[in-house]
Design a protein around this ligand. Structure first.
Ligand SMILES: [Zn+2]
Length: 119
């Protein structure tokens, strides 16, 4: 039976950000349904994440993808920097839009203070 979901949220597994992510979702996706992917480094392993997004799109017909990277991400190790996260977020957005041009893709950088910055 077909079922429909509004969005997919892709973020990191890191326990330090989960409360902030949940609060953000409650506020910004209020009344909406969403698939949730928690993977180390969020979109860092882009091939894996694309598989999940494709499933979400094909099975649940989402129309929005929210990608959240965060400060001090252990999956990036010594490569962790604001610039690198912005670069990878944009890379992910371009790859998603190349495959699904009708998706709305929103990018965020989350500070460990809980502050979200729209990219
Ligand atoms: Zn992380």
């Amino acid at each position: 039976m077909a079922h429909k979901c509004d969005a997919i949220v892709v973020t990191c597994m890191d326990f330090r950000i989960q409360k902030y992510v949940q609060d953000w979702i409650s506020k910004n996706l209020a009344g909406k349904t969403y698939d949730l992917i928690g993977y180390a480094g969020a979109t860092k392993e882009l091939d894996l994440v694309m598989e999940q997004i494709s499933l979400s799109k094909d099975l649940h017909h989402i129309n929005q993808a929210v990608l959240i990277h965060h400060e001090d991400c252990g999956a990036y190790g010594a490569e962790d920097s604001y610039e690198r996260h912005v670069q990878d977020l944009n890379k992910a957005k371009n790859r998603i839009l190349a495959k699904y041009p009708d998706l709305q893709v929103d990018l965020y950088y989350l500070y460990l203070s809980g502050k979200f910055e729209k990219i």
